[in-house]
Design a protein around this ligand. Structure first.
Ligand code: AMP
Ligand code: GLY
Length: 473
């Protein structure tokens, strides 16, 4: 069979790699994909009339490609095409698709709606309140005091969440979202939540609309820098502010909480999540995932088909760990998927067919007992023609030549997040490559990932050195 994976980054290449391991799959296209989509047997970056697909939003082009190539099944990675209705379009054309329809993407596309829904059906979430009025929101923040989280309602490419230590920070977040409209209309409403403390889990499940099953989990490392990497933090802030800071200045400001270690889409991941045992997995399924999928249909009349990825905070209450939902995503995690999917034993095509045919109850989803450590190489601080740029997650240079990918592949799995290959390989984005070590012990998996990543070089390359280090083996 021929499969099309819709995604531009590392997650899509990990999904394509999983499909390629099925005997029943002849060819896997990735659209728009990137130069790393060609790293795996049977997998290639989609081309139509000699050109790559222009973007994950180019629904018409993607549907046309699927028809032209007689693709048997399409698997959609990111939320954007899903919320634009790509699954509805493909189904109109009678093409099988794994992913939620447009009306089901509200679970991710509106944080206010999702919080109201979960509150209504009794899924544990932080205390929260939604606002469309700036002053009312500010009064509420003042009444709560320190320790709140302010979130733009709509899709903001993972950047619309402000985890605030102080009331001032929260007031500032409200201004940025609602007054300065940093995320456009996505900030017409906000949800304000109590800040929770606990163990964060990237938990995923997969559903055919009737049955829902666990689909693996990962620990996601979201901060841009290792806590002790003051040099990298300094380079970043010099790049952002264009002012000089000494190491001592930066150390002091960081200690005093004046310099934040920025949040990113993810700098690495470990799968399985070391804190999630069978009991916790069952608790998350019973308390969170099953009610969401079931009540979505019963109460809201909407079906969820595809990967559901609730971000869970395991919070200790009366000596028990309670899974509380920080947000719901209607797609797999990135880079969690890169750490999780190499461990998938179940045939990805059989699983996908079971989802589109409503037969998920007949399939067993299995992962092997290995550990995977995924480390992202990103475009860091670099001085170039336009001066010093701070690097991911802020402004960064692209089109930098990359060396050593083939050497690194001898020891680890390489999923490309953002590369092209005009001649040699080049960087095209903030996240560039995700290097995955896989082995029976966490330490061996870590060694493989770090040995391999050391073989890769590009100007400004940066990666965290502590992925998986805080995990007891
Ligand atoms: P989200 O995009 O909603 O997952 O938020 C991004 C990150 O902000 C999460 O991964 C958490 O680390 C953090 N976060 C979100 N909501 C809360 C909360 N209520 N309490 C503590 N941390 C949160
Ligand atoms: N790594 C966070 C996400 O995929 O949303």
């Amino acid at each position: 069979m021929k499969v099309l994976v819709v995604d531009a980054g590392g997650r899509g290449n990990a999904i394509a790699h999983a499909f390629s391991r099925s005997n029943k799959v002849k060819e896997v296209f990735v659209a728009p994909g990137n130069a790393g989509s060609n790293f795996f047997d049977k997998c290639k970056q989609a081309r139509m009339n000699g050109k790559f697909i222009s973007s994950i939003r180019a629904i018409d082009e993607i549907v046309e490609f699927a028809k032209k190539e007689n693709v048997d099944l399409v698997f959609i990675g990111p939320e954007e095409p899903l919320s634009l209705g790509i699954v509805d379009r493909l189904e109109e054309e009678e093409i099988l698709a794994v992913g939620p329809k447009k009306d089901a993407t509200i679970l991710e596309a509106s944080k206010c709606w999702a919080n109201d829904f979960m509150a209504k059906i009794g899924v544990p979430i932080p205390k929260y309140k939604n606002f469309d009025d700036v002053n009312a929101a500010k009064e509420y923040v003042k009444s709560l005091g320190n320790g709140v989280v302010v979130k733009a309602d709509g899709l903001a490419a993972g950047k619309g969440v402000y985890v605030c230590d102080t009331v001032d920070e929260a007031l500032n977040a409200i201004d940025e979202i609602m007054v300065k409209k940093k995320f456009g209309d996505a900030g017409n409403r906000i949800t304000i939540e109590e800040r929770l403390y606990g163990i964060e889990v990237a938990f995923t499940a997969i559903s055919d609309g009737k049955t829902v099953k666990p689909f693996g989990h990962a620990k996601d490392y979201k901060r841009a820098f290792d806590a002790d990497d003051i040099t990298a933090l300094r380079d970043f802030y010099i790049g952002v502010t264009k002012k000089f800071y000494s190491i001592k200045d930066v150390e002091k400001m960081f200690r005093e909480g004046k310099l934040l270690n920025p949040n990113t889409g993810g700098m690495g991941a470990v799968s399985p999540h070391p804190a999630v045992n069978d009991e916790i997995e069952e608790k998350i399924m019973k308390m969170v995932v099953e009610p969401i999928v079931k009540k979505f249909k019963e109460v809201e009349g909407r079906e969820f088909k595809g990967v559901l990825y609730p971000v869970i905070m395991l919070v200790e209450e009366d000596g028990e760990l309670i899974p509380k939902v920080l947000e719901i995503n209607v797609r797999d995690c990135d880079p969690g998927a890169e750490a999780k999917l190499p461990r998938l034993k179940t045939d990805m095509l059989e699983l996908s067919m079971a989802i589109v045919n409503g037969e998920l109850d007949c399939i067993e989803i299995e992962f092997d007992n290995d550990w995977c450590v995924a480390v992202c190489a990103v475009s860091g601080a670099l001085k170039g023609r336009e001066g010093l740029k701070p690097g991911y997650p802020a402004d960064h240079y692209t089109n930098q030549p990359i060396e050593g990918i083939e050497k690194a592949m001898e020891e680890a799995i390489i999923y490309a997040n953002g590369i092209s290959k005009p001649n040699g390989y080049q960087t095209t984005g903030g996240r560039v490559l995700t290097v995955v070590g896989k082995d029976l012990t966490l330490e061996k998996a870590r060694m493989k990932a770090y040995n391999a990543i050391k073989k890769i070089k590009f100007p400004g390359m940066r990666y965290r050195k502590t992925i998986g280090l805080d995990v007891p083996d």
